[in-house]
Design a binder for this molecule. Structure first.
Ligand SMILES: [Zn+2]
Length: 548
């Protein structure tokens, strides 16, 4: 007697091969048989006639730890209902562990207030804490270089002393031994901006000592396995400096043969759109270099992308960099100084595209701004766009998040079509009521994966189903180094999505992001039903994954 038996579905196994019609049996959390199982019995039988069966989607760049939603809403309904069964946190330089002094300084970019009782210090303690807490999705994490660094320097903006660098290296090394899947860098963020290559290289070498992340097995021909810990980079600059920022991290990849993941690859601003195809070529070039080439294993360099042409970011990132150096007090002083303000507005106008279509996503205690366009706010105040923007900054003491239509859809499409890309949500956990607190969310929180399948497979027909599904399942699992997930194979964990290919579609929009997608009918996590036909189980079936 099986636990679950899925009959008559078209099975996409997570590789790039076409679907096969078969039955699939689950017992004790794992897939135990795939084939003709018509006469077998199970506690739960699912008729999957005309349905597609695929491994659960893997989200390599999720923000649920950054905004603490992982801890506050661990059921993760918005993720499961778009077919995501495994998420990777700890991206962009910030992770929830290790915390040497027990503080989460490095999260101030994402979270309004840190109102959570921290009961862990090391990576091991954190992963054990999550295991006890139980999550609705499988969770893996990177160790955030910025988190450890901010802890060591007490959030100061300065180079590390020699013994501090040793400390940093030691802590990162032990975090990986304790289960982290790699290290992330948030080079675009204030405190990390001034840190040079030497430090990054030192960390890359630490991981290399720990475990080679790029192994070539001579016996098996040219198959290379990049399944060790990897380095994830939030690039130093995602607008006019995209190419030099790419060059910087690719150099580390090339020199150290480090497996690399570039987070949310994009270029913002019309004037910079042309550099994106060039950036894609750079990735291709590194991946095809003979010394770094892998024929049938995962590539050395990958990147993730969210399938939308607008972004959500901190309002401060829209302002010229010089303005915020020195913190909020200096910033306010600058805004109030007549001469500085004049120069500031001149500088801002040069990049008007960054704010002309802006919508406030989250304005903290001044919640009434959320969901409004800058234009509407400017009209309310009877101010110019620039003055209105500075007014919002003055009024909102805590962080302000904004939606900006700063990307090119053509580039997004090119990025998604690249054989080296993954799709990621770049989002945290929300439910349908999240908007009531004045938080507006990027539609990707509810729709990223179904949108990718709808737009790119069904509407634009740029991918076959098997290629598209491989990109969000098996291929990602290989990159992260998940040994027994990402594919539908016997003895693999039963993380499975059943969907109706005619109906799969995202519904979340900027005007109303709080809408679950259509077409995803069943989500099975670790062998049990997490979601089926409108009914969410509320059981926390996720496992905490540790790199071995
Ligand atoms: Zn980032």
């Amino acid at each position: 007697m099986y636990d679950i038996l899925i009959k008559n579905g078209a099975i996409f196994d997570g590789t790039e091969t076409e679907a096969k019609k078969a039955d699939l049996a689950i017992k004790n959390g794992k897939i135990i048989a795939i084939g003709s199982l018509k006469n077998e019995k199970a506690k739960t039988e699912i008729n999957a006639d005309n349905r597609f069966i695929t491994p659960g989607f893997i989200d390599i760049n999720n923000d649920a730890d950054h905004d603490l939603s992982l801890l506050k809403m661990p059921e993760a309904e918005n993720l499961l209902r778009q077919g995501i069964t495994t998420i990777v946190g700890g991206n962009c330089g910030a992770s929830l562990a290790p915390l040497i002094s027990g503080s989460l300084l490095s999260l101030d970019k994402w979270v309004k207030t840190i109102d959570f009782n921290i009961s862990w210090q090391t990576m091991k303690e954190f992963l054990n804490f999550l295991t006890k807490k139980q999550l609705g999705v499988n969770f893996a994490t990177l160790v955030g270089w910025g988190t450890v660094r901010a802890d060591i320097t007490q959030n100061q903006f300065r180079p590390l002393k020699k013994e501090e660098l040793e400390e940093l290296k030691f802590i990162i090394k032990s975090s990986i031994t304790q289960g982290a899947f790699g290290v992330s860098f948030g080079l675009g963020y204030n405190l990390e901006q001034a840190v040079g290559l030497t430090e990054i290289q030192a960390i890359a070498q630490v991981i290399k000592e720990k475990k080679a992340y790029f192994e070539r097995s001579e016996k098996k021909g040219s198959r290379a396995i990049a399944r060790g810990p990897y380095l994830a980079f939030h690039l130093r600059n995602e607008s006019e400096g995209l190419l030099s920022s790419m060059r910087e991290v690719l150099e580390v990849a090339g020199k150290e043969k480090a497996s690399l993941e570039i987070s949310h690859l994009k270029v913002e601003g019309k004037d910079n759109f042309d550099s994106f195809p060039e950036a894609l070529k750079m990735v291709q070039k590194v991946n095809q270099e003979p010394a770094l080439l892998s024929q049938d294993g995962p590539e050395l360099v990958n990147f993730d992308i969210f399938p939308y042409d607008y972004n959500v970011e901190s309002l401060y990132l829209i302002l010229p960099e010089w303005l915020a150096i020195g913190g909020r007090e200096v910033l306010l002083k600058n805004i109030h100084d007549g001469i500085v303000r004049k120069k500031l507005i001149e500088d801002m106008k040069k990049k008007k595209y960054l704010y002309q279509d802006l919508i406030i996503a989250d304005s903290g205690e001044r919640w009434w701004f959320a969901g409004k366009t800058l234009e509407a706010i400017a009209q309310d105040f009877n101010l110019s766009l620039e003055d209105a923007l500075l007014k919002i900054i003055e009024l909102c003491e805590k962080r302000v998040l904004v939606f900006v239509k700063s990307l090119s859809l053509e580039n997004v499409e090119k990025g998604i079509l690249s054989p080296y890309s993954f799709v990621a949500s770049n989002s945290g956990i929300y439910n349908l009521n999240s908007g009531e607190k004045g938080t507006w969310v990027h539609p990707r929180a509810f729709g990223a994966f179904p949108k990718f399948l709808n737009d790119y497979v069904k509407v634009k027909k740029l991918f076959s189903w098997e290629k598209a599904l491989h990109k969000i399942t098996g291929k990602v699992a290989d990159k992260i180094g998940l040994k027994d997930r990402g594919y539908l194979k016997e003895n693999y964990f039963a993380d499975i999505v059943i969907f109706n290919p005619d109906k799969i579609k995202d519904k979340a929009s900027l005007k109303n992001p709080f809408q679950y997608p259509e077409g995803i009918e069943t989500v099975i996590l670790n062998g049990a039903l997490a979601y089926q036909k409108g009914i969410f189980s509320h059981e926390r079936l996720g496992q905490i994954l540790r790199k071995d």
